[in-house]
Design a protein around this ligand. Sequence first.
Ligand code: ATP
Length: 371
Amino acid sequence: FAPWKDPAARPLIQFQNVTKRFGDFTAIDNLTVDIYEREFFALLGPSGCGKTTLMRMLAGFESATEGYILLDGKDIGSVPPNRRAVNMMFQSYALFPHLTVWDNIAFGLKRDKLPKDQIAARVEEMLRLVQLQKFAKRKPHQISGGQRQRVALARSLAKAPKLLLLDEPLGALDKKLRTDTQFELMEIQEKTGTTFVIVTHDQEEAMTVASRVAVMDHGRMVQVDTPDRIYETPNSVYVADFIGDVNLVEGNATAHHTDGKIEIHWAEGKPPIVGTPMVPIADGTRCTFAIRPEKVHISREHPEGKSNIMQGKIIDIAYLGNISTYHVQIPTGEIFKAQTANTRRIEKRKFTWDDQVWLWWRESAGVVLTE
Ligand code: ATP
């Protein structure tokens, strides 16, 4: 599923040079992006980067200062919220406490004065979708937090919007329930074929549910890509650092061999680090090498014949059950993180504090970035 690669695919949402200012503060900065039908699109970024502002513009609670927002090819700038085929589900769910699950889901349909039998059929369909048929007669306080979340979702989807905006939809759930619910959310999105745009603080959540992730910074989308590409081929230090754990090493670049790789000269008397450039890098410029801890191998013996070899001492260990992360300090003081999978019992016992170890990684394992 990759409509953004299909030149014939029609975007559902188009932001065309959209800027939003509050006074002289720019919350969204000249944004251009397409979101396609059936996409599950995640907005990710630190607090204040403009995620909520973007959602509120899609919902119609805010208007763009400059530029256009199109839905199905039509400018929605002057279309009021209730006339847009867009719905928004809030973290608080905003269920009516005095109404049953059934009546909560039916609420918008009744307000639209649909025929009774149509309302009943649609509510039943929604109850089936979120698997709450048995709870139809209960009030919100008589069901669990996870079930309330599903009622809210059913209610948001009852009027079959083309676009559903989800603002931290799982924020109120505990970690375990949250992970399970992410899969339910994906299933429901797929079944209904509705385009979902989700805002979340949780990068793992964004990576799990989304077909594409937009990493935002100061009102701009720094990178819009599939989760694996965001993780494996970040286009900037900002993205590499924001998503997951990473080792960053700054240095001066020289082009390498004939294979397009870059050598980074990062410390006096040390062999250069080799990495793959993600952006054009000119000889002699300052650049940053980035490598994920799980790409850094750790061994007790000298890794003969390998590349990017370094020796150091383990100064910290984080044991996380399935994986362990080792902080290894090399003699010049820099600390590298190396991660191993604890697939066998012996692996988690292999290394301990103060062990002298060797680190190495493949030449293709790390990327070179400029900012
Ligand atoms: P969070 O993750 O904390 O919710 P966010 O990425 O959703 O943050 P926004 O709520 O979109 O961020 O806010 C972006 C910026 O715009 C913030 O600096 C905020 O203070 C500012 N802002 C938002 N709404 C208004 C407003 N009505 N008036 C003035 N400034 C505003």
